[in-house]
Design a protein around this ligand. Structure first.
Ligand SMILES: [Zn+2]
Length: 48
């Protein structure tokens, strides 16, 4: 099963990344670059 995952910046709440993953849908937090904050911020996985 592939789930559609949205990665949302915790600081500005922009949805910066959308991806699909075959992993079990844990709600993880990943450090990724946010172009709106212009720095690396924590991003939260949201299952759609
Ligand atoms: Zn941001």
């Amino acid at each position: 099963m592939r789930d559609s995952i949205t990665l949302t910046c915790k600081e500005c709440s922009h949805k910066n990344y959308r991806t699909t993953t075959a992993r079990a849908a844990n709600r993880l937090e990943i450090k990724k670059f946010c172009r709106f904050c212009r720095k690396h911020t924590m991003h939260k996985e949201q299952k759609k």
